[in-house]
Each structure stands twice: as structure tokens, then as C-alpha cells.
Design a protein around this ligand. Structure first.
Ligand code: PA5
Length: 413
């Protein structure tokens, strides 16, 4: 299990924190029993949509794709692709997954189609509500591509993850595409531990069983009031929000977590940013970003706090050797990359702490499927609680509809 701690850096007192923790505990106890958002809480029981049976089905489907040069094009946007992409980018994978349906750029697609030359292409179209323009358009482009390349049997290469009974489900039946379930009671950004996220991960060769086990173990841990990390995390961020902090930055010294951060940004921005409320979630990958936004964090307006994901045991290490060329870096002799990265991490914590920047530190034993499963479930539970502390509905996203109205008008829908 990972550990979590909050460092106030002078931003709040122990008394403030105890009060916030007490309030968060009360709200947690309430929401965990409440029926209020029943139709959006399918993710709260990882066993429901990631049962042994569904995992076996996904592994069976992906194991049946035998070609060594097989690639999967994941067509989806927002919650429909961020979870799988987070895990695939973070973990060692045996097969390649490529992303489409998440932008409208002709340059992007032309380059993508070129990159598919000589590969055996499969697609997974993921859409809860099959009205979203980006995946809808991308599905058209790929149907055309697959038909041209593979002829009438192209449909054997199409996997669709959609809501049972939807228009997309009908389309699948008519064209004999393989259909997977986008659970009705899970919104996109909470869907990573269902067919939505698990099918592309299984294709890539990720141990999805271990990932779901991580989520289940986290659920068990959160049910113990003395160990509830979500309460600690939500209480800290809510307290800082009340103290006028506006931005939470998720920071890590592991570039493998870049797309995990993107998943986290969507989860928190779309769940909390409503009714003129919410912290603005951003992410940084240190040490690179210490050379850019690090300046603002250290010296700019005091509206930012940081949540670090600190990886205690990186999967690999690298040693370097002095080659007797006098380059001014001899102070590094005998230190491995992991030691140097750790020194940069500790220095950053100290410097930001001295400047009065509050910090939350998540100490992750390692980056593997099991621990990612824990993190996914932890952050989902935390945002549910945190959203309820703000008294907003964490499961809708009314704000994303406004631009669509004008875009559909421009396109003559
Ligand atoms: O979290 C959400 O609900 C959204 O980000 C959706 O996942 C995103 O808008 C894509 O929706 P759909 O799967 O219906 O195309």
C-alpha cells in the first residue's frame, strides 16, 4: 500500500486540519451509504465491472489476436481513453497501442495512417454516448482504412466498447463488430477499471488482474476509518481551497507518470470545476519542469500547492562512469541516476517547503499494475468525497456542452 502525508508548510494549523479532517470523515461516512448518485457509482465496487469473468473474457479476446506486428488503435476521447493511456504509458507493454479520436487534426491523422504501414491494425472504438464528434469521425476514417486494407472481413478487427442497447450497440450488431460493455452506471473519467480501460491494457499485455486487485485492496483499506487516505487527501485539499489556494499541481520525478497525470487532471477538473468552484488541477514532471514552471512555484503568487507522487523503488537503475574528461561533473562520481533523482526530489521538497508551499506526499512503493490500480481507485474515491465537500455533483460535466452547441451550429448539425 502506498503512504500519504500532508505537510502544511505554515499554510494551516493542526487545529484547522483536525477540523477539516473531522468534516471530511462525516461527509465520507454519509456518501458511502447514500443513494444519491447510485446511477454513477458503478466504479465504487471494482468487482462489479471487473469481475473474474470479465477479466477472463478480455484476456481471451486479446490473446486471440496472434500477429506479432498487431497494433491497436484506441479511438476515444477524455474518459474513454485517458485511463488506458495512463497505464500503458506507465507500464512495460508487449504490444503497441496508438491513440485516435481525441483530436480533429488532419496532420495528426495523416502521420498516424503513415505509421500504420506494414502493421496488422485492430481498432477499439470507445464511446459511452456515441454523439461525441472526435471518436465518431475517427471511426469513419478507420472503417474506410480497414475496408481498403482488409476487404469484407475488416469487421473482425473492430472492437467497440459502448453502452448496451445504445445506437452504437445496434450498429455493432448490424456489422458484426465485437461488442464490449461501457457500464451505464460509470461515467467516462471513472471508467478505467471496466472494459473501457481494461481491454486496451490487456491488448498491451498489462497484468489487468493485478491492477483490479490493487483497486480492491484499496477499497478494503478505505473502509477502515483509521486508514482512510482519501479522507486525509480530500480534507487537505479542501482546507487549502478554503485558504484561497487555487491550483493543485501533481508532481512527479518519473516521466512514466505523465499520462497518469493527464488522467488525474481530467478526473479532478471535470468533476470539481463547476458552479464557480474547485481547485485548478495541473501537473508537472520534474526535474524538467523545475527549469520552467519551477520558477513560478518557488517565487510566484502563493496560490499553488503540490501533490507529489514519489516512487520509492524505480524499476531500474543506471550507473555512469567517469571517463577522465574534465567536464565539471565529477561530484556525481559513484552516484547512480536513482540516487541523483532522489537528491533532486528531496531538494525540491525542502526548497518549496521553506517557501511556504504546502505539500501532499504520496509515497508509492513502485510503479506496477497493482499500485496503479490502487491509485486509480484512491483518486476516484477522493474526488467523489472532495466534490461533495464542495457541495457540487462530481459526476456531471455541464460546462463541456457550451462550446459543442456553437461547433455543431458551425457544422450544420
Ligand atoms: O468523463 C467523461 O464523462 C467525459 O470526459 C467523457 O468520457 C468524454 O466526453 C467522452 O465521452 P463519450 O465516451 O461519450 O464519447
Amino acid at each position: 500500500m502506498f503512504k500519504i502525508k500532508s505537510i502544511p508548510s505554515g499554510a494551516y494549523s493542526t487545529e484547522d486540519f483536525n477540523k477539516a479532517f473531522h468534516e471530511a470523515t462525516l461527509v465520507y461516512n454519509e456518501i458511502i451509504k447514500s443513494n444519491e448518485y447510485q446511477d454513477s457509482l458503478g466504479w465504487l465496487d471494482p468487482q462489479k465491472w471487473a469481475s473474474d469473468f470479465s477479466i477472463a473474457n478480455l484476456l481471451n479476446l486479446t490473446n486471440n489476436i496472434k500477429e506479432e506486428d498487431a497494433v491497436l488503435v484506441l479511438i476515444g476521447v477524455g474518459g474513454s481513453n485517458n485511463g488506458a493511456r495512463a497505464a500503458i504509458h506507465a507500464l512495460k507493454c508487449k504490444r503497441q497501442v496508438i491513440y485516435a479520436g481525441n483530436n480533429l487534426s488532419a496532420d495528426y491523422y495523416n502521420k498516424l495512417f503513415e505509421s500504420l504501414s506494414g502493421k496488422s491494425v485492430y481498432i477499439n472504438v470507445i464511446a459511452k454516448n456515441f454523439e461525441t464528434l472526435e471518436p465518431g469521425l475517427s471511426f469513419r476514417l478507420f472503417r474506410h482504412f480497414l475496408k481498403e486494407r482488409y476487404g469484407k472481413d475488416y469487421n473482425k478487427r473492430v472492437y467497440v466498447t459502448g453502452t448496451p442497447g445504445s445506437q452504437l450497440h445496434d450498429l455493432c450488431k448490424r456489422h458484426q463488430f465485437t461488442f464490449l460493455t461501457f457500464p451505464e452506471d460509470i461515467g467516462g473519467r471513472f471508467s478505467v477499471l471496466s472494459d473501457v480501460g481494461l481491454f486496451p491494457m490487456a491488448f498491451a499485455g498489462i497484468d489487468i488482474r493485478a491492477m483490479v486487485d490493487g483497486a480492491k485492496d484499496m477499497k478494503t483499506e478505505l473502509s477502515d476509518p483509521d486508514k482512510n487516505k482519501s479522507v486525509l487527501y480530500a480534507a487537505t485539499r479542501h482546507l487549502l481551497y478554503q485558504k484561497n489556494y487555487a491550483i493543485e499541481m501533481l508532481a512527479s520525478f518519473e516521466p512514466r507518470l505523465e499520462f497518469f497525470s493527464k488522467w488525474w487532471i481530467q478526473l479532478f477538473a471535470e468533476s470539481e470545476g463547476k458552479e464557480n468552484k474547485g481547485l485548478y488541477p495541473v501537473a508537472s514532471t520534474y526535474s524538467e519542469d523545475l527549469h520552467s514552471i519551477g520558477q513560478y512555484v518557488q517565487d510566484g503568487r502563493k496560490i499553488i500547492f503540490e501533490t507529489f507522487i514519489h516512487v520509492e523503488n524505480p524499476e531500474s537503475n543506471l550507473h555512469h562512469f567517469s571517463d577522465c574528461i574534465s567536464d565539471g561533473f565529477d561530484y556525481l562520481n559513484g552516484k547512480s541516476l536513482t540516487q541523483i533523482n532522489e537528491a533532486a526530489y528531496e531538494a525540491t521538497i525542502k526548497a518549496h517547503h521553506e517557501e511556504g508551499i504546502p505539500e501532499v506526499i504520496i509515497s508509492l512503493p513502485k510503479i506496477d499494475a497493482y499500485h496503479l490500480g490502487q491509485l486509480f481507485f484512491f483518486f476516484e474515491t477522493s474526488v467523489y468525497l472532495s466534490g461533495r465537500l464542495l457541495k457540487i455533483n462530481p459526476f456531471d460535466q455541464p460546462g463541456v456542452e457550451n462550446y459543442k452547441k456553437y461547433m455543431f451550429h458551425n457544422l450544420g448539425k
